[in-house]
Design a protein around this ligand. Structure first.
Ligand SMILES: [Zn+2]
Length: 210
């Protein structure tokens, strides 16, 4: 408890190096850890999973908004630790100061144009985004972190791809039928809604027949 404090609606760790040593980490190096931010929680994950996850901040009332995330990052002294950050695309939006919902340029790496539908399955190379300048191309406010620090969780991407994929399949077709046979324990309803977790997706990707 002595490593944490509470301020308004946020509980956060104020002495991270001390906490980790107390929990049995022999030496704290911020490069060994990555920061996971998901809705109202900040958790440190060890890069090689030698240690359990470490909760750094939690709030039940803070919203997923730019100002709130800025406040939390400030409280856990992100500027000092500069961890790699693991977040979903929605959070990428906040952290990089991008306008949320239906942006024309949602990608923080390239200038992929979400409205240029005719090009989506044709054009493979999109120009690289040079800078995130507020006021231009959906950047509305100063980015909170360096975009080189951002990792997108692979599981989120796999779940998203599988969801789009199974939803687009003809439900009477061979491929959907194959999925039903491959996962007899998943109900048709779950398959139709594409409710998978990580393991079946890994199995499918390895499955040459699939
Ligand atoms: Zn891109």
């Amino acid at each position: 408890m002595s490593y944490f404090c509470q301020e308004e609606d946020l509980v956060y760790c104020r002495h991270i190096a001390g906490l980790l040593v107390k929990l049995g980490v022999p030496q704290y190096d911020p490069r060994d850890w990555r920061l996971l931010i998901d809705s109202c929680k900040c958790v440190l994950l060890h890069n090689e999973d030698q240690f359990a996850s470490i909760p750094l901040a939690h709030s039940t009332t803070l919203k997923e908004k730019y100002e709130a995330v800025k406040y939390v990052l400030h409280k856990i002294q992100y500027e000092k630790h500069k961890w790699i950050i693991c977040i979903d695309l929605k959070m990428v939006n906040f952290l990089l100061g991008q306008q949320s919902a239906f942006t024309k340029y949602p990608c923080f790496i390239c200038m992929w144009d979400s409205r240029d539908r005719a090009q989506h399955y044709v054009k493979k190379e999109w120009p690289v985004r040079e800078q995130l300048v507020s006021g231009a191309r959906n950047i509305i406010i100063k980015p909170l972190v360096d975009r080189e620090k951002i990792l997108i969780p692979v599981l989120h991407m796999k779940l998203g791809l599988m969801k789009q994929f199974t939803r687009a399949l003809y439900k009477d077709g061979r491929c959907f039928n194959y999925l039903c046979r491959a996962f007899p324990r998943l109900t048709i309803e779950k398959l139709k809604a594409s409710i998978f977790d990580g393991l079946p997706i890994r199995q499918l990707i390895k499955d040459t027949e699939f």
